[in-house]
Design a protein around this ligand. Sequence first.
Ligand SMILES: Cc1cc2nc3c(=O)[nH]c(=O)nc-3n(C[C@H](O)[C@H](O)[C@H](O)COP(=O)(O)OP(=O)(O)OC[C@H]3O[C@@H](n4cnc5c(N)ncnc54)[C@H](O)[C@@H]3O)c2cc1C
Length: 420
Amino acid sequence: MSHSPSQSDENQVCVIIGASHAAAQLATSLRQQGWSGPIRMIGDEGGLPYQRPPLSKAFLCGEKDADSLIIRPSAFYEKHEIEFIPGRVTAIDRVAKTLTLADGSEQHYDKLALCTGTRVIRLPIQGANLGGVHYLRTLADVEGIRRELPDSGRVVIIGGGYIGLETAASLRKQGIDVVVLEMAERVLQRVTAPEVSAFYQRMHSEAGVTIETGTMVAAFEGEERVERVVCADGRFYPADMVIVGIGVRPNSELADAAGLEIDNGIVVDEYCQTQDPDIVAAGDCANQWDPRSGQRRRLESVPNAVEQAKTAAATLCGEKIPQISLPWFWSDQYDLKLQMAGLNQGYDQVVIRGTADSGCSFAAFYFQQGQLIAADCINRAPEFMLAKKLLSQKQTADMTRLADEAIPVKQLMAELTTSS
Ligand SMILES: Cc1cc2nc3c(=O)[nH]c(=O)nc-3n(C[C@H](O)[C@H](O)[C@H](O)COP(=O)(O)OP(=O)(O)OC[C@H]3O[C@@H](n4cnc5c(N)ncnc54)[C@H](O)[C@@H]3O)c2cc1C
């Protein structure tokens, strides 16, 4: 690790609130960038940062155990003198520069990093507190689900977003009867083109999952445990378990109470700085200014949490490096690896390479006024590389050539390298 002691003095304390993807990276990057004072990471899930993505994938399938999820082993934090404090921060005093924890203890900080992430949106309907109704955000949530799975032959999933569909795939692989109820007219409506939604709907029905779209859930019924899910139109679905995946909200109340600016998350600039020069925010909780698009955006992905954490650490060390990396994301369902590059909001045209309505591999390129803005690549790693290159170089792609499978990706890539 490089060391530049001038960037911080060894008496300066940095406290990180939250202990997940953003926090783990921020603590590591602080040391890499020369922070020499104490680093304390306070997390309310009881343990060291772990990888969340496998929760709805390999961990739910029982293919991974909890120990294998850990982002870095405890020896790493010990070696780099990063202290983990289990607990929940309940208040920030920006004048005294202290934090209060739920157990009444206090922590002083010189610099503070907010990596508080998001929490699930709960369904406020009748029967919401019945046994067998689950959410899926934390290791504890999935341990609870896994404990009950042996007695749950029929599971109803509320929400056809990535989490809902990944969960459906993981349960179906274990032979469980799965019904997905989605309020919108198609699955993944908020995040993909109709072609991609239709593809996933087909893949899930071929695997034996029932997906009902345009369906509003009205109540969960049962004695002590959930027995059925009742929809607003009177239809009902028997269930031994319900898993709700209808989205998340940023954990920004702490920052709000401390007087920091909030707007769908904690408002930060391109350096992950809040309006308090001693406080940064990174990850799912941060709504960041993107100088390239001239817009704010709050993203929910591991690559974003990691990149913002690196930027935030640099800012705390006195070095200003704007966060302008290309957003990307992935989702695994069955044998389908979806890789997404860029952000497709505001697209006006979609170009498909391959076929979306048969087989299990194609790429969807999203354009806005003739400019490529994003791509969804399913089992298409070369197209994903191409899209990343096109997007980061802001190159205009020829739609006809992109759609033409007779032209190999290698050739498109070579042309790009030559012309750039
Ligand atoms: C099931 C699932 C599957 C996913 N799959 C993918 C995927 O395939 N690809 C991908 O890119 N992303 C995926 N994501 C999203 C990804 O996990 C998040 O983007 C990432 O976890 C964000 O990291 P974070 O550190 O910003 O926040 P979080 O992971 O939300 O962590 C914030 C932490 O801070 C703690 N905290 C909050 N407030 C306090 C407080 N006051 N005091 C102490 N601690 C506090 C929280 O309890 C939590 O532990 C998935 C998420 C889930 C739930």
